[in-house]
Design a protein around this ligand. Sequence first.
Ligand SMILES: *[C@@H]1O[C@H](CO)[C@@H](O)[C@H](O)[C@H]1NC(C)=O
Ligand SMILES: *[C@@H]1O[C@H](CO)[C@@H](O)[C@H](O)[C@H]1NC(C)=O
Ligand SMILES: *[C@@H]1O[C@H](CO)[C@@H](O)[C@H](O)[C@H]1NC(C)=O
Length: 218
Amino acid sequence: MNNCFSYLLIFSVLAGSMEKFNLSCGANPTYGFTAVPLTEANFKLQKPYDIPLEQRYSYVNGVHKLWVYADDKPHNPSSHTQPRTEIRMSGLDYSSGVWQFEGYGFVPNGTSGATIAQIHGAAHGATTLILRIYDGEMRYYSKDLVATDLYDKWFRLNIIHDLDKGMVTVFIDGVHKFEVKDKGPGDLYFKCGVYAAPANISYYMESRWRDIKIFKKC
Ligand SMILES: *[C@@H]1O[C@H](CO)[C@@H](O)[C@H](O)[C@H]1NC(C)=O
Ligand SMILES: *[C@@H]1O[C@H](CO)[C@@H](O)[C@H](O)[C@H]1NC(C)=O
Ligand SMILES: *[C@@H]1O[C@H](CO)[C@@H](O)[C@H](O)[C@H]1NC(C)=O
């Protein structure tokens, strides 16, 4: 056996065991999950009620771009909530089992005080998980720090909601960043986009999303 071939063999064996190592460690958050087939109907847009969608949303080359202004109207005339332009994952509401959101997100520098992803619904209250960007940092609501230095770059976000264990886990770029108790069963679904926080918000808020997937553990 010549040297070149044996190096190649050793490398392949190493690479193979590395992969197994990664999988058994759960470095790939989607390992053991099955992707739910999605169509356009699963992506329902919410935007300020008095403005046409194209003034707050675009979809170009697979990238959903969503933006909103601090003085925009809520998503419907009877709502008193903060302004939002969001994708609500529709037809995928869940109330049991283990579910996962995956998407590649991008937040431009300047956007602050905006929820960019959430799990809507809870046994009590409106949401199970709110992930907000403040000054390039991601926080759980306005509290716990989840990740830093997120402006102007694509990052992979994975959110696992395990209703059996009552836990929510957040990964950024495949790295386990945050874990928190959930808020019980409810009419639960994932959302992403921009939804103004109650305070400390920038006038302009934007996030971009691509390759959005929903997974379920079987
Ligand atoms: C293992 O995980 C690391 C860090 O997430 C990654 O850089 C590497 O490519 C992975 N290796 C394999 C073989 O998947
Ligand atoms: C964001 O923009 C501000 C103002 O232009 C600048 O001072 C800051 O360094 C920028 N941050 C990043 C992470 O680029
Ligand atoms: C708004 O920002 C100020 C200054 O950083 C901080 O003291 C205050 O707690 C923030 N308010 C909220 C509701 O996050």
